[in-house]
Design a protein around this ligand. Structure first.
Ligand SMILES: Nc1ncnc2c1ncn2[C@@H]1O[C@H](COP(=O)(O)OP(=O)(O)OP(=O)(O)O)[C@@H](O)[C@H]1O
Ligand SMILES: [Mg+2]
Length: 288
């Protein structure tokens, strides 16, 4: 028998695959938190796919909102915490006072908590199973000083995993989910799962943002739709959720991210886009 034939017979289908054991009942689904009560509005930033710009969006939105409101940012991406780098506070460590965590104050008016502040350095990997990540997010919500916070922005890892589930269960009064999406078909398809997650958790979808929506050449002004464009707006319309706006690809966004200064702080064009999006968000959230 040749090696190929051998391989083929080894991988023959063996009839229908059946999952015999029914999933166990949810053992201890957390109920609404009584401790997380000082925050007026909680907004969850989610996506179906990774790398679509959630953290970039969360940080720039938080900084934009902080011009008029008291804003907190929870980096709920426990395994891949990026927000401190985007805000230029990588050297900070968390301290407690009266057994409560003191969020890090940034120069942009946003207070932030992240797993990154608990790691010895930027290269250390967090290898935690769901239960531990759940506990960390719960502590960030419940055990930190969030008094007088108007807006809490929460940056999640991609998909609909433990962290988002934890927040949905602990904060059922959350004002809603914002879905960040890039315009390719695959990203749009995955974004629908995040919208479906919000619906199943009975959390409102505040809206959809199309990020990396074309590239405007800084030399000739011509727009090139690298990942296509417009798909997110069409999807939002079809699903009956608000469309909040488009953010093109800007080289400044990458540069500023690397330097720890949010792009809205250095580019008038990007600031104007974020002001438009945050106004829509405030209108939607405060109308409720
Ligand atoms: N509009 C944009 N223009 C140019 N670059 C962008 C834009 N938005 C995000 N980026 C860049 O894309 C990369 C991924 O962004 P980011 O880390 O915010 O994505 P993410 O969705 O949070 O990723 P993850 O799923 O890993 O958490 C970063 O290098 C960021 O600087
Ligand atoms: Mg991220």
């Amino acid at each position: 028998m040749t090696e190929n034939e051998n391989k083929e017979s080894k991988y023959q289908p063996r009839g229908k695959i059946k999952i015999n054991t029914p999933p166990p009942p949810l053992q201890s689904a957390p109920t609404a938190s009584v401790k997380y009560k000082d925050v007026k509005h909680t907004i969850m930033i989610m996506s179906g796919k990774g790398g679509v710009g959630k953290s970039t969006f969360a940080v720039n939105l938080a900084v934009t909102l902080a011009k008029k409101h008291h804003v907190g940012l929870i980096d709920a991406d426990i395994n891949g915490p990026d927000d401190p780098k985007l805000l230029g506070v990588t050297k900070e460590k968390l301290y407690t006072a009266k057994d409560r965590i003191i969020p890090i104050e940034t120069q942009f008016g946003v207070k932030v908590i992240s797993m990154a502040f608990l790691l010895p350095d930027e290269k250390t990997a967090v290898i935690w199973r769901g239960a531990l990540r759940h506990k960390a997010v719960q502590q960030f919500l419940e055990d930190a000083m969030w008094e007088d916070t108007d807006y809490m922005i929460m940056d999640f890892p991609p998909g609909t995993g433990d962290e988002a589930l934890t927040v949905s269960q602990l904060v059922p009064q959350a004002d809603g989910v914002i879905i960040v999406v890039t315009p390719q078909d695959l990203a749009l398809l995955d974004a629908q799962k995040a919208i479906n997650f919000a619906e199943q958790m009975h959390i409102k979808v505040v809206g959809v943002v199309e990020n990396m929506s074309g590239f405007i050449c800084p030399h000739c002004g011509k727009k090139t739709d690298i990942f296509k464009t417009g798909g997110a707006e069409k999807m939002a319309e079809e699903l009956g959720v608000p469309f909040l706006g488009r953010i093109p690809i800007y080289p400044e966004i990458v540069e500023t991210a690397d330097n720890g200064v949010p792009a809205v702080e250095i580019s008038d064009e990007i600031r104007t886009i974020y002001e438009g999006i945050s106004k829509k968000i405030v209108d939607i959230v405060e109308k409720e």
